[in-house]
Design a protein around this ligand. Structure first.
Ligand code: NOJ
Length: 564
């Protein structure tokens, strides 16, 4: 995708399992997506990021791939895929596929071969360690979905490495054949006409020599291990090779998912001249409501301090200015719903959903909208663990309740706040049964609030979250300052209001967001000079005479203005 194009783009993420079911089997599918393309066009998005649709045993909902060149049966056929892609292109929408190549499924033929014997030609496609007589583990790394990263393979007397579930063995990127396989499958999809890739945990592909123990931060043997693999010695080399051998030969849009990415890594990977990808999903802001250094990771809850969010976002805005590019997100299939997390999913649901959108879409970078975010969809609170589906959630619950004897109600309370399933309940299309997602029984229950929160209602209501997103997305196409303007944070110490400006030539864009359910007085710093103010978008009615120089912001009020 030409550079000028993607910098104005807004990306919409589809989690296919939960988007739209066309055949009543309770699982979203490709014809379901095709049937909703006019909805995406009306919203105004330019690009779709499609979570994995490849053949998979679904241990991790498609992030465990057993055939990179086939479509998952539940989702349809390759012909359905081609129809969907043509439908997107006919509407001027481009498609970014999910590229999951840090690991495969254990049911992938490569792994099926590899595990048979040490001299199998595929053995070196994966990462192995001898299993000693006492079965002691090669290191103290804990896997993302609980337990050790090492799983025994009796046929070879070894352990294999899996950073995620034991059904997701890590590929050995040190092996040049693995890299060539990956490049070949990327070409397969690019030759079909897809427009780019979202690269799953791509900063984990280069493992450190010797796989040394992780620092000990809690009692017990296993320790958080992502920090050991997210900045590997050959990461940039591998990405540059991928660029030279594949990406440079097509017009692509690329975003790398990069847990624990540092600013330096963000600069290196997205550098326009020397980097390899257009942008990264960094996680710093997603980690701000977890207690740092606590061995429970994301489940160690703490409230967000707005000053931390300001500091983090501002550092990234400044660091990637002109040399790299940010991706902007509050939401995806791994995160709880932002309106429940940092807004208010009660009386201020609509106001706070719009406020969070204003905050995000005013920043520099490429905004991502995750399905349902444009409706202000909320977290779900299932009362029983049996209603959850996510492997991370289920494994955490089992460890906490069965192994550590924590009270089930307390563990469920954490799940209500942070589970990935909060984002994965079916898309709420209308007020009918199952939110119009399926005519059958959905693979996971629909959020009961679909009777009020749904796309049909939102499109009929000119004041809805949906129409607000549509207007924000349109603004990005009209205002160069939104794309190019230099960011500056105002009032870094204010714990309640996040205000910033973006400057391009004489034009100043001002974004003011009240992150609280209370009124807040806002006073613009005197050095921001202007004669005229033009309101671009706001989530409350703003009196034309009401100067932004000093004003009272209502609960979760947001305004975006141009000052001249
Ligand atoms: C990140 C994906 O977004 C997540 O859903 C998945 O579980 C892991 N990577 C493993 O592929």
């Amino acid at each position: 995708m030409p550079a000028a194009d993607w910098k104005q783009s807004v990306v919409y993420q589809i989690y296919p399992r939960s988007f739209c079911d066309s055949n009543g089997d309770g699982v979203g599918d490709l014809p379901g997506i095709t049937s909703r393309l006019d909805y995406l066009k009306a919203l105004g998005v330019d690009v779709v990021w499609l979570s994995p649709v490849y053949r998979s045993p679904n241990d991790d909902n498609g992030y465990d791939i057993s055939d990179y060149r086939a479509i998952m049966d539940e989702f349809g056929t390759m012909a359905d895929f081609d129809t969907m892609l043509a439908g997107m292109h006919a509407r001027g929408i481009r498609l970014m596929m999910d590229l999951v190549v840090n690991h495969t499924s254990d049911e992938h033929p490569w792994f099926q071969q590899a595990r048979q014997s040490r001299d199998n030609p595929y053995h070196d496609y994966y990462i192995w360690r001898d299993m000693p007589a006492d079965s002691s583990l090669p290191n103290n790394w804990e896997a993302a979905f609980s337990g050790s990263v090492w799983e025994p393979n009796p046929a070879t007397g070894e352990y294999y490495l899996h950073m995620f579930s034991k059904k997701q063995p890590d590929l050995n990127w040190e092996n040049p054949k693995v890299r060539q396989e990956v490049y070949a499958l990327m070409r397969f999809w690019l030759d079909k006409g897809v427009d780019g890739f979202r690269m799953d945990v791509i900063n984990m592909i280069s493992k450190p020599a010797g796989l040394p123990d992780a620092p000990v931060i809690r009692a017990g043997h296993l320790q958080p291990s992502f920090g050991m693999v997210t900045n590997g010695p050959r990461l940039l080399e591998f990405l540059r090779e991928m660029k030279a051998q594949v990406l440079d030969h097509y017009e692509t849009l690329t975003v790398g998912e990069a847990p624990l990415a540092t600013i330096q890594q963000g600069q290196d990977i997205t550098n326009v001249y020397t980097g390899a990808l257009n942008m990264l999903f960094q996680f710093e802001h997603m980690d701000l409501d977890a207690i740092p250094g606590d061995g429970r990771g994301k489940w160690a809850l703490k409230p967000l301090a707005l000053t931390d969010l300001k500091a983090s976002m501002s550092r990234w805005q400044d660091a990637l200015w002109q040399t790299g590019w940010n991706s902007l997100y509050l939401s995806n299939h791994d995160q709880p719903r932002p309106v429940s997390r940092w807004g208010d999913d009660g009386v201020y649901r609509v106001a706070s959903a719009k406020m969070l959108a204003t905050f995000l879409h005013g920043l520099q970078g490429t905004p991502y909208v995750y399905q349902g975010e444009e409706l202000g969809m909320t977290n779900v609170r299932f009362a029983r663990i049996e209603d959850y589906r996510d492997i991370e959630t289920l494994n955490m619950y089992r460890e906490a309740v069965q192994d550590r004897h924590e009270a089930p109600a307390e563990v469920l309370a954490r799940i209500h706040v942070k589970s990935r399933d909060n984002a994965r309940t079916p898309m709420q299309w209308d007020a009918t049964a199952h939110g119009g997602f399926t005519t059958g029984t959905p693979w996971m229950q629909t959020n009961p609030n679909h009777t009020e929160v749904n796309a049909a209602q939102a499109r009929d209501d000119a004041d809805s979250v949906w129409h607000y997103y549509r207007r924000l997305i349109a603004l990005r196409k009209q205002l160069p300052v939104l794309v190019e303007g230099r960011y500056a944070l105002l009032q870094p110490e204010d714990p309640n209001v996040y205000a910033y400006i973006r400057t391009l030539g004489d034009e100043v864009l001002l974004v003011v967001c009240n992150f609280t359910p209370r009124e807040q007085v806002f006073v613009l710093p005197p050095n921001v000079a202007f004669e005229q103010q033009q309101l671009l978008i706001a989530n409350y009615v703003v009196n034309a005479a009401d100067s932004v120089r000093a004003c009272t912001l209502r609960p979760f009020e947001a305004r975006m203005l141009v000052l001249r």
